[in-house]
Design a protein around this ligand. Structure first.
Ligand code: 5GP
Ligand code: MN
Length: 323
């Protein structure tokens, strides 16, 4: 399939490259790495994401090329969808993007639906950036420092700094090569982990305060409401990583409920929530997320749901009984 994808890309003219809403380091890293590499093939590209880029990733090279609007859909002959288990993950434009003649699906999620026409799906890859790295290599495009920084950041963040269960040999091997090309690990770490705003630290305080543990101690749950974001002045895109504070000794599944800020309020206090799930490696949270209409990886998954907060919390706490 890789050869077919390369052949198609070489014959493409105008390519839309996109990733999931609320992008993380892997989504943004793979988007930029792919875009900068296709520049070398003299391809016209649009790098699109529906959401704002989290402050900690705004240091990435060419990050300003990521736009929130696309050209008329009929001007694209190809779409590359990165780090998305399903096409809906790209957000409100998913049905429009579907009209692009050829869709290339590049992903590492276990729940990937195999949408699109050409697939590069490898669930053993630690990050979408690992797959993009291999594709760039196969295309014989030289990896410069800008591309290397994007790849390094994607792998660093998706493996939780080489701590999560998806950390594989390739993570170290590729990052070693990226450092040899000129990436400064300290500088990247400073940007990604050392530049948290005061508002985020205040939000962390509220998040920790919201922590609830199921009676059997196997499930932890934190809740972030829109009010908390407003009170602390935190942008919704800047909460990435807070769930890791709910990973507590003996807890098998950590949950973070985030109220969505899109202002859509349904009747009877129902609101839209995003729920993030992390497991200690013994529970398949992708299966739980899938049950709720989402997806992800064995140890990190998520879903969006419309509910009242109390109903949602009740359903989640009940999950502890099957753990
Ligand atoms: P997070 O909890 O950080 O939003 O996401 C954890 C993992 O689950 C990520 O790999 C993400 O792509 C995936 N994920 C989160 N939300 C959804 C969702 O609504 N649908 C699908 N298919 N995957 C999701
Ligand atoms: Mn990823």
């Amino acid at each position: 399939m890789t050869d077919q994808i390369i052949c198609h890309l070489k014959n493409s003219d105008h390519i839309l490259i996109t990733t999931h809403t609320n992008p993380d380091g892997d989504a943004i890293g793979s988007l930029i790495a792919m875009g900068l590499s296709l520049d070398k093939l003299n391809k016209k590209t649009t790098l699109y994401n529906e959401s704002s880029i989290p402050a900690v990733y705004r240091f990435l090279p060419s990050v300003d090329r990521i736009v929130k609007n696309i050209n008329p859909i009929n001007t694209y002959d190809t779409a590359i969808i990165l780090d998305c288990g399903d096409l809906q993950r790209i957000g409100t434009l998913s049905s429009i993007v579907q009209q692009i003649p050829v869709i290339i699906n590049i992903d590492h999620h276990i729940t990937n639906t195999r949408f699109g026409d050409l697939h590069l799906i490898d669930t053993s890859s630690c990050a979408a950036t690992e797959i993009v790295y291999r594709l760039i290599k196969k295309m014989a495009i030289p990896i410069n420092k800008a591309i290397a920084t994007s790849i390094y950041t994607g792998i660093l963040t998706d493996t939780g700094s080489f701590r999560f269960s998806n950390t594989n040999k390739a993570a170290f091997k590729i990052c070693d090569e990226m450092v040899a090309i000129g990436v400064d690990p300290y500088k990247v770490a400073q940007h990604v982990y050392g530049t948290y705003s005061l508002s985020r630290i205040k939000l962390l305080n509220l998040a920790l305060d919201s922590l609830e543990i199921s009676y059997n101690g196997k499930l932890s749950m934190m809740t972030l409401t829109q009010k908390m974001l407003d009170e602390t002045g935190t942008h919704p895109e800047d909460i990435d990583g807070l769930i890791n504070y709910a990973r507590i000794e003996d807890v098998k599944v950590a949950v973070l409920i985030q109220e969505n800020s899109n202002g859509k309020v349904a009747p009877e206090d129902r609101k839209l929530f995003h729920v993030s799930l992390r497991s200690d490696g013994t529970v398949d949270v992708a299966a739980i997320a899938y049950f709720f209409g989402g997806g992800g990886h064995f140890s990190a998954a998520g879903f969006s749901i419309e509910s009242t907060l109390s109903d949602l919390k009740h359903r989640i706490i009940q999950l502890s009984e099957i753990l």
